[in-house]
Design a protein around this ligand. Structure first.
Ligand code: NAD
Ligand code: MG
Length: 337
């Protein structure tokens, strides 16, 4: 069984009197910095020279320093930079300023688990990973709620690093929703597998294949878009509220029977075999090595794939249809340019 913690098991006083640096002011960074600040803790934001976020952070009442200055100033340093840039920033601007007894924190385990960043033994290393995009970490905090978080400790020379992680989780609002104890290996491997097999890769290919099957059979692409992409949200909302059973309870008997008798013809034994292979590549580190190489080369394959995916028919039909969906955030459902 996993350990879960809530408000009463987490104590902000472990972070009181300590200087906390949040490096980066993106999705997670702005949420951690603002929530901790409003929880009464001493926070500064570490940004690149000339960063466009400086104005926004200062306007919100936060102290801003460079990444190197913030790392030198802080007792606890939370690295909320894009995972692919963390190693370079760590080597250049964080590591030279670490002092014995400092704590380094992450919101995802990739760089520690795959050995890209290897802090000295006298540095505490922890993770607080909200299971949600940063804007929700912020919004739920403002509403007096929070999002569930994972916490983990990789190195613990101080002996109380888990208390620090729980305090951080509480400071950003996570203890209201529940904090789950894990380790860097499990968080990293399940996160990568989940996004590849189910959340991003698997669901996107399923949508694409369904859409193209209908269009190739001569049905209007607009109908195919609604059926295979748009409606998926309604189904996922039911999963989210009440698990698989709630979806089956809510749909018609026809849909339930058709789904139960046909679903395993789509996700076949071979699909499951391939999932195992994808998990193995994550566990053995071959995916991580491929992704690190891709970044070292400047992301050429990612760029090529983005173009290919953006030019597909489902995206063109969708862009047109979403212009008519006045209820979408921003009034139109297109990805910001
Ligand atoms: P992001 O891209 O939204 O923000 C990154 C920030 O770092 C930006 O402010 C950017 O300007 C800054 N930055 C980029 N390169 C930099 C550099 N070389 N030097 C200094 N600053 C630089 O990133 P994010 O999504 O907030 O992710 C941060 C961490 O949180 C990652 O480890 C990620 O895995 C983790 N995480 C993200 C989410 C999510 O939903 N976004 C959820 C859980 C965990
Ligand atoms: Mg994830």
């Amino acid at each position: 069984m996993i350990n879960m913690y809530y408000e009463q098991e987490s104590d902000l006083s472990y972070l009181r009197g300590r200087q906390l640096a949040v490096l980066g002011y993106g999705s997670q960074g702005h949420a951690h910095a603002l929530n901790l600040h409003e929880s009464g803790l001493e926070v500064c934001v570490g940004l690149r020279e000339g960063s466009k976020s400086r104005g926004a952070a200062e306007k919100a009442g936060l102290a801003v320093k460079t990444v190197a200055e913030a790392s030198a100033w802080a007792h606890v340093i939370m690295v909320l930079l894009p995972d692919q840039h963390q190693k370079a920033v760590y080597d250049q601007d964080i590591a030279p300023h670490l002092k014995s007894g400092n704590t380094l924190a992450f919101a995802h385990g990739f760089n520690i688990h795959y050995g890209q960043i290897a802090p000295p033994e006298d540095i505490n290393v922890m993770m607080i990973a909200p299971k949600s995009p940063g804007h929700l970490v912020r919004r739920t905090y403002q509403e007096g709620q929070g999002v569930p978080c994972l916490v983990a400790v990789h190195q613990d020379p101080a002996g109380n690093t888990m208390q620090l992680a729980l305090a951080w989780a509480k400071g950003i609002g996570g203890a209201k929703a529940g904090v789950i104890e894990t380790n860097f290996k499990d968080e990293t491997e399940t996160d990568l597998f989940g996004e590849q097999a189910v959340l991003c890769g698997g669901s996107e290919e399923l949508i694409r294949a369904g859409f193209e099957t209908l269009v190739e059979a001569g049905y209007p692409p607009e109908l195919a878009y609604f059926e295979c992409l748009h409606e998926l949200k309604l189904i996922v909302d039911l999963y989210y509220e009440g698990g698989l059973a709630r979806m089956n309870y809510s749909v018609s008997d026809t849909a339930e029977y058709g789904g139960m008798t046909r679903g395993s013809r789509i996700i076949t034994k071979q699909t499951r075999q391939e999932m195992k292979q994808i998990l193995k590549e994550v566990q053995e580190g071959s995916f991580a090595r491929e992704w690190i190489r891709e970044n070292e080369a400047g992301q050429p394959e990612l760029e090529r794939l983005r173009k290919e995916y953006q030019n597909s028919q489902i995206e063109k039909v969708g862009a047109r249809l979403r212009k008519m969906m006045s209820w979408l955030p921003g009034g139109s459902g297109n990805v910001p340019a």
